[in-house]
Structures are given as C-alpha cells and as structure tokens.
Design a protein around this ligand. Structure first.
Ligand SMILES: C[S@@+](CC[C@H](N)C(=O)[O-])C[C@H]1O[C@@H](n2cnc3c(N)ncnc32)[C@H](O)[C@@H]1O
Length: 274
C-alpha cells in the first residue's frame, strides 16, 4: 500500500526525458531556495542596522564630545631615542598614539607637546603612522626641538615628573607645565629623568601613589599612564579615583595577598608599565 505521507512527485511532462525533468526540478528547487536565502539575508541586515542604531544612540559621539581645557600643559620629553631597543621604540610610539586618543576622548584635554621628536621615533611615525601629520594640534603637537629650548624662563612653572624623588605632586595648577619622560626602559636607566631635571634646574615631583592606593611592584608607570592621569585628574579631582581608574589591575595589591612574586613578574613582563 502507498504510504499517505510520501510526497507525490509531479508527473514527467510528455516528451521530456527523465534526466531533463530531474534537472528542471533541481533548478526549480534552487530558485526557490535562493529567494528564501535572499529574504533571510535581508532580514539579518535589517536587524543588524537596528541594533547598531540603538547602540549608537546610547554612546557619546567620540569626536563630538564637548571638551574643555584643563588649564595646564604636558610635555612628553622624547630625548631618549638612543637608549631604547627597537621594540621599545615601537612601544613608546604606541604610547603616544594612546595619549593622543586619551586626550581626545575625556571631558578635559591638556596641551601636549612632544619634544625631541626625531630619529627612530619620527621614522616609525612617518613609516607606520603617517596619519599623525593630520592630528589636531589641540590634542598633540610635535617638535624636533629639545626640552631645554621650549622651557619658560620661570622654571617654577614647570615640574618634571619622576618616581625617583620624595617630593609629592599634590595638586595640578593652572598655567603649569608637567613634563613626563618619553621612554620605555624596563628599569635599566634609574634616575635618568631625575638627573636630567636636576641638571636643567627643573623641580621634580612624584605621583602620590602610596598615599592613596596599595600597589605591588615598582611605582614606575608607563608614560601613557602618567599622561592619562594628568588628563583625567581635572575630571576626577581626587588622586585616588584617578589611580583606581588608570593603574593596571595587576599592579593593585589586593588586601589579603601582600606583595607577592608579582614583583618579579612586574620587572620582566610589564610592557605597558615601563
Ligand atoms: C617608564 S617611566 C621612565 C623611567 C625612567 N627610568 C626615568 O628615569 O624616569 C616614564 C615616565 O613616566 C613618569 N613616571 C612614571 N612613574 C612615575 C611616578 N611614580 N611618579 C611620577 N612620574 C612617573 C616619569 O616622567 C617617567 O620618566
């Protein structure tokens, strides 16, 4: 007996061979399927568009954020090209890109001037990141001039930041310029910036990290982290909030664990920390 659920095949039209008929059936099925697939794709695209629209509606437009000036300036002193390995030049260049992006995205921006911008660092930018030539000067400027030739006459208006001093940086003052060393050295060149600042007669100060937050390992942070702190201090006001927002989690000591073997790991693996 023929089973009722079996699909009835259409009869082969008269005069058509069986193989031609099979081919024709296959073509029809494919046509039918193609239309369904098209419809599915259309729906998927529509849904994706809707999701993006919703997402964008809840996100502040990055370039359209109403920024205000923090009122103080930052110099990134890049006079250390010859002291860095090639991969450290790459890391330092990437940090400058990060600082530029940070200075665009937060509510307050600072004047950032990169001094001694030349040699391998500039070569890398020219070769790999040539669009930096179109960067907006209100977010970052570059000069081949050395720090010495852009300093104001009144050196009480500048501070060279370094972890190698006991003087604490308590507040950021309008009209001041804060200098950050633009170097990745993994702790090879201790006192480098402190000695340079002393030689130039520039006061030095350290970030008051230990006063507000428990960290493990060295207190030497990456240039881009220090620049980000200077940018965000105006927004947060409190150092504690700034440190908690910017210092990498693995550097922050959990209350129960004390200083651990992380200290060694810090020295060896913290590419982003110095
Ligand atoms: C990776 S560190 C460079 C370390 C380098 N050996 C030196 O002599 O400063 C990059 C720069 O970030 C700033 N910096 C890092 N940690 C700091 C801290 N705890 N306090 C103040 N400035 C700091 C300094 O300007 C420093 O030159």
């Amino acid at each position: 007996m023929e089973k009722s659920y079996q699909r009835q095949k259409p009869a082969i039209p008269e005069g058509m061979s069986k193989s031609a008929w099979k081919k024709e059936q296959k073509r029809l099925r494919w046509e039918e399927n193609r239309e369904k697939m098209r419809e599915k794709r259309r729906e998927k695209r529509k849904a994706l568009k809707e999701t993006r629209k919703l997402k964008n509606a809840h996100q502040p437009k990055r370039d359209k954020i109403e920024q205000q000036e923090a009122g103080y300036s930052v110099i990134v002193d890049c006079d250390f090209d010859s002291l860095m390995l090639e991969k450290e030049i790459v890391s330092m260049s990437n940090q400058l890109v990060t600082s530029y992006a940070d200075n665009k995205k937060y509510p307050y921006r600072v004047d950032i001037l990169v001094t001694s911008f030349g040699n391998r660092m500039k070569e890398r930018f020219d070769r790999v990141l040539p669009h930096y030539q179109n960067w907006k000067p209100e977010h970052m400027k570059f000069t081949e001039k050395a720090l010495e030739s852009v300093l104001p006459e009144d050196l009480s208006k500048v501070v060279y930041l370094t972890a190698d001093t006991d003087e604490k940086l308590e507040t950021l003052e309008p009209g001041m310029t804060y200098i950050v060393g633009g170097i990745v050295d993994k702790g090879r060149h201790k006192l480098l910036c402190k000695n340079k600042a002393d030689k130039l007669g520039i006061p030095t100060k350290r970030l008051p990290i230990d006063e507000y937050i428990k960290v493990s390992g060295r207190r030497v942070l990456a240039t881009s982290h220090v620049v980000e702190m200077l940018i965000r201090k105006r927004e947060f006001n409190s150092w504690k909030d700034v440190f908690e927002a910017v210092i990498p989690m693995r550097k922050v000591k959990k209350p129960s664990c004390g200083v651990t073997g992380d200290e060694k790991e810090e020295e060896e693996s913290s590419n982003d920390c110095n």
